[in-house]
Design a protein around this ligand. Sequence first.
Ligand SMILES: [Zn+2]
Length: 421
Amino acid sequence: MMNRRQILVVGCAALAVAAVLAGALSREQIPEVEVARAVYAAPPGRVEVQKLSYGQTFGQVLEDAGLGTADRLGVLEAFREEAEPRRLRTDTEVSIRWVDDRLHGIVVTLDRDRTVRVDCSTGDCTASTLTLATTIDTVYAAGVIESSLWSAITELPELAEAPLGDRRNFVLSLDRVFQWQIDFSRQIVPGDTYRFVFEREKRPDGSMRAGHLLSAELVNNGKAYHAIWFDPNNDGRGTWYDMEGQSVRRAFLMKPIELSRISSRFGMRHHPILKQWRNHNGVDYAARTGTPVQSTGAGVVVRRNRGATYGNVIDVRHPNGFLTRYAHLSSFARAIAVGSRVAQGEVIGYVGMTGLATGPHLHYEMHAAGRPVDPLAIELPAEDPVPAEDRARWEVESAARIALLFTLPGPEELRSVRADQ
Ligand SMILES: [Zn+2]
């Protein structure tokens, strides 16, 4: 008999699309084959490869490579049409092609997905950007959790084809989507089941460029939780809802650090430095110095300074009278200043032990209506459900995504297969 646990399809939508330019939403259709030809065609003449060293400008690289002033200006002018030369990162690769000791062209690799080519073969330089072609496919997986979600997914034989980084992404995505319903590090019971449908954009080398869960189910201790992707504004920034169209997200993340351990809870405790009983108005998370700290909710930075007790501290003000505080930071994220708008999950600083602290940890506080509250105990405000005007489209799209999910073996089938083994 066929083991139904083995059912896993990596369905190829076979939809070839050009990669979405980082930060921009414009999609350009570039047939994969032509891109490959253009990139890998054997270049005539001599090619020199330079790397931008720290503090070096693009112009200096060209000068060091022996380009005369006229060539340099021509290349820079053309290049500026496609990218900002001052934004090139250290170690950016610059290939310079000479034919008969005349400058023929330059290729600059902006990042994994984009390359700028400057063609000077006809005298005047012209520039163009090549974007690696990617494909969109859908990954389906279902299984039983024996110990942790991490090992259940990273060790699933049917997912062995996916790079480890991608499997890690599947786990993190499920953790992010279900973080308000389940604490994966503590609440998982052996025999819990999961199934999910994940849409990803794949590079030619098989690695994932972007992706998100389309639909997912987690059955924890007999209770089923669902998350269905829906994009109310059709702007690519969708979110997840339960089967009834209620948001699975809350206005605040459960924790300000992704991988951490709670070292002190909210309430009375004996202070390790002050040696006296005091009310602990926050939750401490032990983590290594330098670990990124995220703002748990969207809001505005209203404090960013150094205090004697809190050390480096950031306060973020949120809607509906909430405020969160992050203390003992080793440093602040670069763009963060008083008045900065921050998004939920945005990195605002790094774990440290400045101020009154015995070791590296984050002291995290939440205030509601001016009074400290226990962030682990209060009912966090939910985000908005599917907007009324999008309800009709939600009904159609969610039904399709739920149907995809339910083609996978469900909890009873997975458990009975497991019992047969
Ligand atoms: Zn504390």
